[in-house]
Design a protein around this ligand. Structure first.
Ligand code: SAM
Length: 298
């Protein structure tokens, strides 16, 4: 476990740099979000008057290495909140998915072939991360509850949702996303202790994309590790892969949360990775890089 992973179990102190005095309003909104969602995050806020060049980002990042436990957040001149990880700014950047979201369908998105969600569906993305897969699920018109255990990630997601809500083309989709900072296993446990007769709680699909050891993205031909994108690289600093026991709990609790007989749990894995919790799937969908294992409730 690295220092950021340890720090994430208690209150997390984050350095937030902003670049303009006129961003006070955005900062107040971020603080309000932290309070409203009970995120265990304390922001240490500072105006950064230099230009945020790549070199300055690297220097700030090295500062992080010295302090060891304080993640750095940046509110840039476009009012995007990002996390400075190893000198690279990472943010959900949902607008970059626009083309995929607009044209998403079962032909183009393996996830949608597997999940079979429709506009009437309710899905839970239990490992939301940067929310990219949630957006693809929600592109169908489905309601998507996004669970994310890491407060820092939850803050990035909430800030991105707020930013995107201001864009007319995205408002409807944003309204279908509900972001919750919680551990998925506890969330499913609390669902099962409430009455499943409540129609509001009926869930068609639970989607799981748990962390994977960093070296497990193997190139099929060479057997060498495939390059992990900057988003995943950053996530590896915060979150660790589940233990065998956690894998079992995650899959079991997800299966107990899908209430419909036609309901399903879909698990994303690197193409050649072992099954989650070693449990055989009902059906698999795959391409060269990725595999979706489907576990059917009925
Ligand atoms: C591989 S990433 C998911 C990436 C995501 N599918 C996307 O499109 O960006 C896994 C994420 O799930 C979160 N996570 C892992 N286990 C979790 C759990 N038990 N409950 C909630 N979130 C969890 C991690 O913190 C991490 O952000």
């Amino acid at each position: 476990m690295n220092s950021l992973q340890q720090a994430s179990s208690a209150f997390m102190h984050c350095q937030l740099f902003y670049v303009r005095d006129s961003q006070q309003m955005q900062i107040a909104r971020l603080q309000a979000m932290i309070v409203a969602h009970k995120l265990p995050i304390v922001l240490h806020i500072e105006l950064f008057s230099d230009k945020l060049t790549q070199k300055r980002r690297q220097q700030l990042s090295q500062q992080l290495d010295q302090k060891a436990t304080q993640p750095i957040l940046l509110l840039d001149d476009k009012d995007t909140l990002s996390w400075l990880s190893d000198g690279l700014s990472v943010a959900p950047e949902w607008d970059k998915l626009q083309r995929r979201v607009v044209s998403a369908g079962r032909k183009s998105e393996l996830l949608l072939q597997a999940a079979k969600v429709t506009a009437d569906s309710k899905a839970i993305d239990a490992t939301a991360g940067f929310g990219h897969d949630s957006l693809i699920l929600a592109s169908t018109g489905a309601q998507v509850v996004m669970l994310e255990q890491q407060p820092l990630m939850a803050l990035l997601l909430l800030a991105e949702q707020q930013r995107m809500k201001a864009l007319p083309n995205w408002q409807k989709l944003m309204a279908r996303l509900q972001i919750i900072n919680t551990d998925a296993i506890s969330y499913f446990d609390s669902m099962s202790s409430h009455s499943l007769a409540d129609a509001d709680k009926s869930v068609d699909v639970v989607y799981l994309d748990p962390m994977f050891p960093e070296d497990s993205y193997q190139d099929q031909k060479t057997g060498k590790g495939a390059k992990v994108g900057k988003h995943m690289q950053a996530l590896h600093q915060l979150a660790r892969p589940p233990t065998a026991n956690e894998e079992r709990q995650l899959l079991q609790s997800a299966l107990s949360a899908v209430s419909q007989p036609s309901g399903r749990v879909i698990v994303k894995r690197p193409q050649l990775a072992p099954l989650l919790a070693n449990q055989a799937a009902s059906e698999c969908w795959h391409n060269e890089a990725v595999r979706f294992d489907g576990y059917f409730a009925g």
